[in-house]
Write a protein that binds this ligand. Structure first.
Ligand code: SF4
Length: 64
């Protein structure tokens, strides 16, 4: 599974980093960055949770 983010849409709320700190980080400006683009379990489950929690719809997942 691959994770994609839209940093221009990100509002810097940080939920993704709290839920999956091994997958997401925030830049100095506060916008989302992806640390690992290809996910295995259990990171996949956390990434799905981050998609649900993100208030701006900035995170998407795709089967690789
Ligand atoms: S949860 Fe969404 S809005 Fe918040 S930092 Fe992550 S990608 Fe950005």
């Amino acid at each position: 599974m691959r994770v994609n983010v839209n940093a221009q849409r990100c509002v810097g709320a940080g939920q993704c980093v709290l839920i999956a700190p091994e997958v997401f980080d925030q830049s100095d400006e506060g916008t989302v960055m992806v640390l690992v683009e290809s996910l295995e379990d259990p990171a996949q489950a956390l990434a799905r949770e981050a998609v649900r929690a993100c208030p701006s719809g900035s995170i998407s997942l795709a089967e690789s």
